[in-house]
Design a protein around this ligand. Structure first.
Ligand code: MRU
Length: 335
């Protein structure tokens, strides 16, 4: 069963009006904490992936509204800062969703002290709701994870990616009594699986194995994977789901091997404003991330470096949410 928070990736000081994050770029070698005092600090931390993961971006975005209020002289200025903040990573809907939820609660009178205390209240609500949703996602997964299951996952979906014990990672934690083992894909090029998920799996004492991304299909076959569970950065109304680059390929391989493929995410990750995955903006990242090969740089190479891909709903068995396990047809009525 899940233990109390093993890792705490974010906190906010109301007195100093600053966010402290565990800088994920240095994990697992070093646990370095970094203070974010301005919106430009927050944007820099988000863009550089010092803080990351869709639900945690939502929590960060909500506390960042306090920093933006502190930096602003009126609502016009505040909205400009929030626009910049929301655009800093475009794929995860949680960032914009959370910043807007705090913004909408502020009313129309510019009184900095009152606005700060209202924004802080709603940010704390978002953080604690996310924590609860994480736990409920894990509990909902108990009906689909059976004894001795081998589970395949990609990227990082745990304490480091959310305001609680994770989305897909929470499913592992809440089924620890069933002798499960988790195969974590390394998740090139930034290695969130190798660096962060292995770190979290080992801290939680869950049997775990690291595999190269290109070993996913053969691992399904040779290691008898029973289920694939990943997180998501945004799910459209029709169930198409954006997640870390490489997710689409494992959904295709799961279908070939007849293995159920689940997305685990809080309902704050569903975007009912868009009809399908075609409308999800997919972030393309700097070529340098791919063009540093065994320590050497090859800036003369042309490359394509999307950070996410979109898995069509037809490849997704179900969505493990805090409201239970949904199928694509239930999204519009239940979310
Ligand atoms: O680029 P990242 O590291 O922010 O990507 C994160 C993911 O793709 C996660 O799988 C996703 O945010 C869901 S996490 C709960």
């Amino acid at each position: 069963m899940a233990s109390d928070s093993l890792i705490s990736p974010i906190s906010f000081s109301k007195e100093a009006c600053l966010i402290t994050i565990l800088d994920q770029r240095f994990l697992p070698q070093k646990e370095v904490y970094r203070e974010l005092k301005s919106i430009s600090d927050v944007i820099d931390a988000i863009k550089s992936l010092a803080v990351r993961g869709a639900p945690l971006l939502g929590v960060t975005g909500s506390y960042a509204v306090c920093i933006a209020i502190n930096e602003s002289s009126d609502f016009y200025h505040l909205d400009k800062l929030l626009e910049l903040l929301s655009a800093s990573r475009p794929t995860a809907v949680n960032l914009k969703w959370a910043a807007q939820r705090v913004r909408k609660s502020l009313g129309t009178i510019w009184n900095k002290e009152k606005l700060l205390s209202q924004a802080f209240k709603i940010a704390c609500e978002i953080h604690s709701e996310d924590e609860q949703m994480c736990r409920q996602i894990g509990l909902a997964s108990r009906s689909v994870i059976k004894d001795n299951f081998s589970i395949l996952t990609i990227c990082n979906t745990g304490y480091l990616a959310t305001g609680g014990q994770g989305s897909a990672f929470s499913c592992f934690l809440e089924n620890m009594d069933k002798n499960i083992q988790v195969f974590a894909m390394e998740t090139r090029p930034l290695l969130q699986g190798a660096r962060l998920t292995m770190y979290e799996l080992r801290k939680a004492k869950i049997a775990s194995h690291l595999i190269a991304d290109s070993a996913a299909a053969v691992t399904m076959l040779k290691k008898k994977i029973n289920i694939v569970i990943t997180g998501s950065d945004r799910v459209a109304s029709n169930g198409d789901a954006a997640n870390k680059i490489g997710t689409f390929q494992i959904a295709i391989a799961s279908k070939y091997h007849n293995i159920p493929f689940y997305i685990a995410c809080p309902t704050s990750t569903f975007d009912l404003h868009i009809n399908s995955g075609n409308d999800i903006p997919v972030e393309e990242r700097h070529p340098e991330e791919l063009l540093t090969i065994l320590g050497n740089k090859y800036p003369e190479y042309s490359c394509y470096n999307p950070a996410f891909d979109v898995t069509p709903a037809e490849l997704i068995t179900g969505y493990i949410t805090e409201k239970g396990i949904l199928n694509a047809k239930q999204i519009k009525s239940i979310v």
